[in-house]
Design a protein around this ligand. Structure first.
Ligand SMILES: [Zn+2]
Length: 203
């Protein structure tokens, strides 16, 4: 019994500094990378989003090109594009252009400046990933110096998954912003309700 306890303690002592070091490494590797203001658990995101929205925005997935959402995007007129996860403004129709790539394309983010860019080395490529600054949703990537964006003011193509966007036509009502820390608040509410209504069961 003593041996077991000792082994466990030994393991904890070994693992703890590794975890602490990892955290330091993450923060020092991206000193300027702002942390998302909204941090819901994976379960909470799954509850709020459709399966495809969750796959793309929370697991850095990519939607099929030339899909139904893209077809709709191509037809949309003046309006604003909000984050499907947290409701913050990301793009407007002013920066939209037809690139023919099969995904919604913009040459710039909206003036609200809620789109974050960071290096992405996944799938053996060097790309720049775009994310929602407020909730960390994966939106897509941004490419520079291509012929398709040569005639745009920025010469950049924000290649965005349509499923990550919530379109509101000009004059329409903006979506309600997901409250900051609502995940934690909901959890606390659930815990309080449990405490008040249901007697705490002990195993
Ligand atoms: Zn967001």
């Amino acid at each position: 019994m003593k041996t077991v306890s000792y082994s466990l303690l030994h393991l904890i002592l070994l693992v703890s500094p590794m975890l602490a070091e990892d955290q330091t490494k993450t923060s020092s590797a991206n000193p300027t990378m702002p942390q998302p203001q909204i941090t819901l658990s994976e379960e909470e995101w799954k509850k709020r989003l459709t399966e495809e929205q969750y796959r793309v925005t929370r697991t850095a997935g990519t939607e099929r090109p030339y899909g139904k959402i893209y077809e709709e995007f191509e037809k949309q007129g003046e309006g604003t594009y909000y984050c499907v996860c947290c409701g913050v403004e990301l793009f407007t129709s002013k920066e939209k252009f037809h690139s023919g790539c099969g995904w919604p394309s913009f040459y710039d983010a909206s003036t609200a400046k809620n789109v974050l860019e960071r290096a992405d080395h996944s799938h053996g490529m060097v790309r720049v990933e775009t994310l929602c600054k407020r909730c960390g949703a994966h939106l897509g990537h941004v490419f520079e110096g291509e012929s398709v964006s040569a005639n745009t003011p920025t010469k950049r193509r924000f290649c965005i998954n349509g499923v990550a966007l919530h379109y509101v036509p000009k004059g329409g009502e903006a979506p309600k912003l997901l409250e900051l820390g609502s995940g934690a608040v909901e959890k606390k509410k659930e815990a309080l309700a449990k405490e008040a209504g249901v007697p705490v069961s002990k195993p």
